[in-house]
Write a protein that binds this ligand. Structure first.
Ligand SMILES: Nc1nc2c(c(=O)[nH]1)N[C@H]1C(S)=C(S)[C@@H](COP(=O)(O)O)O[C@H]1N2
Ligand SMILES: [Mo]
Length: 209
């Protein structure tokens, strides 16, 4: 085999969403500074339209004892690059929702990070295949700048929905815009439809701006 024939990626380039190019390094991208993790003060909560109307809370020890799963997924950033084959480890959103059942009227969720960063999505996007509340990436704990200790990963939507430094999930009756969805980015963010900007939204794609 001659030099230079090794593919530099396992991604079939034609299989990437439109307008995306492969990039390998995971250069951190976020708004604001990297929060520090204080295990004694940290908790993760599910609140809002739960079936019981109550709030669910896990401290760090409790959260790390939840059943775990792993997924290998491409990560699509709205800035037109995709990182192939990122290996994530954590808790499935479906398992979390099993432990903290939503009320039947709950249609959407808001994922909340530290400092009020937020991203909204439909309940069926939150419960989609491959959605994980991750603690690990490529076999190691998340790096601080990539969301340590906990990060939502929603691999089938653009990266801004994958909330770093995740602290809570709110079940919502009806939709509400999150941080970027309120600042010019598309409410749904499906990379296969190139749903990048809010001006592309059709009536019904999101709450009025
Ligand atoms: N809490 C928080 N999460 C965030 C962001 C942010 O600003 N704050 N940026 C989002 C955006 S726009 C992208 S593309 C990804 C980048 O993830 P990375 O830094 O791990 O590559 O994180 C997302 N999650
Ligand atoms: Mo992004």
């Amino acid at each position: 085999m001659s030099e230079g024939t090794e593919p530099d990626t396992r991604v079939d380039r034609d299989g990437l969403p439109p307008g995306q190019a492969v990039r390998h390094e995971h250069k951190p991208l976020h708004y604001g500074r990297v929060p520090s993790f204080r295990p004694a003060r940290w908790d993760f909560r599910v609140f809002g339209a739960t079936e019981s109307l109550g709030t669910y809370r896990w401290d760090w020890n409790e959260f790390t004892a939840l059943p775990r799963a792993r997924e290998m997924r491409h990560f699509h950033c709205v800035m037109r690059f995709s990182i192939p084959d990122v290996h994530w480890g954590g808790v499935r959103a479906t398992d979390l929702v099993g432990l903290a059942p939503p009320a039947p009227e709950a249609t959407h969720v808001m994922a909340w990070g530290e400092y009020g960063y937020s991203a909204n999505m439909r309940m069926d996007d939150f419960l989609a295949d491959g959605v994980l509340l991750t603690t690990h990436r490529d076999g190691a704990p998340l790096a601080p700048e990539h969301g340590f200790p906990l990060r939502l990963v929603v691999p089938h939507l653009y990266g801004w929905k994958s909330v770093k430094w995740l602290r809570s999930v709110e079940y919502m009756v009806g939709d509400r815009r999150g941080f970027w969805e309120d600042r010019g980015y598309h409410n749904r963010a499906d990379p296969w439809g190139e749903e990048r900007f809010s001006h592309q939204e059709e009536p019904g794609d999101g709450p009025p701006l």
